[in-house]
Design a protein around this ligand. Structure first.
Ligand SMILES: [Zn+2]
Length: 343
């Protein structure tokens, strides 16, 4: 009996130290102090990763000031409109240009891998100025080449959430219908950095990425430089000919994504004009289409071979952040088919 009491006293003495700590409130990840902890190299020598004491990380580009200023980033830099080169005509562009796409393999990453649902080219009365790639909503979208973010916002002309990157060689790449943006205007990104997450915003039926490549606002077929079936880049140096450009590139800043989508408002299925009441009805319907919020949560369905570290790396987040969003611990087993919130 006496022995048991001694034991109890001893146990209380040990736990006495930790009891106040256990009683303290817990903190959310973003409330913890964010002190840089370490610098890690990435596959790309231009970018490093800084880890913080609160278990988060960020890209860091040591040479940001030199890379993100001068040259193509000083000329026609417009961040609130889709088109930046309104005063440049197709006739002003050289007949052929040799364009260096990459120095090394680390300078390229496929925007996303998936089934091509629509190619570049004429569509109905309009013109499809990019390529469509089907994807599940929330799929990470990667910067194809390094460059500076010229546009990152909701576009009411049909692109939905849209990111436009300008690259050092003067090309621009467009990424439309995103469900969430992961960059801000004037950010500098390296190839393979997650710039947003694929979705179905804007004039879009079904989640897909609308991807365009432009030079001086002029479009050409992205399949000239990327093999979308494998995700591979076709050239290190690419000869861009004026003849590749679509003459109607600058006709409108709106995205003619769906064949006859705009025309549907004014004509019936057979192309006959609608009554004015029906037209007003259609216009009201289009205007009241809700604008999705940019903070939509992103979910991921666990696949065979996944673990929390793999999933966190894929979505550019941390295991700690995923655990917090789902109320689980890093040691909690995950199962195939489970839906996890990742953003
Ligand atoms: Zn498209």
């Amino acid at each position: 009996m006496r022995r048991k009491l001694v034991m109890l006293v001893a146990v209380c003495a040990v736990f006495g130290w930790s009891a106040p700590a256990l009683a303290q409130r817990t903190y959310k990840l973003e409330e913890l102090p964010e002190v840089p902890l370490d610098t890690l190299d990435t596959a790309n020598p231009k970018a490093k990763i800084i880890t913080y004491t609160n278990n988060t990380w960020r890209y860091w580009i040591p040479d940001y000031d030199r890379l993100a200023s001068g040259g193509v980033y000083d000329d026609h830099w417009v961040t609130n409109q889709v088109f930046a080169y309104r005063d440049v005509n197709i006739a002003d562009v050289p007949e052929t240009m040799e364009i260096k796409l990459v120095e090394s393999l680390a300078d390229y990453h496929a925007p996303v891998l998936g089934r091509i649902s629509s190619r570049y080219g004429p569509r109905g009365k309009g013109m499809h100025k990019g390529i469509d790639i089907g994807l599940p909503t929330g799929e990470p979208i990667y910067a194809t080449f390094e460059g500076k973010v010229r546009y990152a916002r909701y576009n009411s002309g049909g692109y939905g959430y849209l990111v436009i990157l300008r690259h050092p060689n003067g090309l621009e790449t467009y990424y439309g219908h995103l469900c969430k943006l992961n960059v801000d205007v004037n950010d500098y990104v390296v190839a393979g950095q997650i710039i947003g997450y694929g979705g179905n915003t804007g004039r879009s039926r079904g989640a897909h990425l609308h991807f365009e490549v432009r030079y001086a606002d002029l479009t050409f077929d992205p399949e000239r430089i990327i093999d979308f079936s494998t995700g591979e880049l076709k050239w290190q140096n690419f000869v861009l000919e004026r003849g590749y450009f679509n003459v109607s590139s600058k006709l409108t800043e709106a995205l003619e994504e769906e064949e006859g989508d705009m025309g549907d408002m004014f004509v019936d299925k057979n192309g006959n004009p609608l009554s004015s009441e029906a037209i007003v009805d259609n216009l009201e319907k289009a205007a009241s289409k809700p604008r999705p919020t940019v903070n939509d949560a992103i979910y991921y369905k666990v696949k065979s071979g996944d673990n929390l570290y793999k999933i966190a790396a894929k979505y550019g987040t941390t295991v700690g952040a995923i655990c917090r969003l789902n109320g689980i611990k890093s040691s909690t087993p995950i199962r195939i088919g489970q839906r996890l919130r990742v953003k």
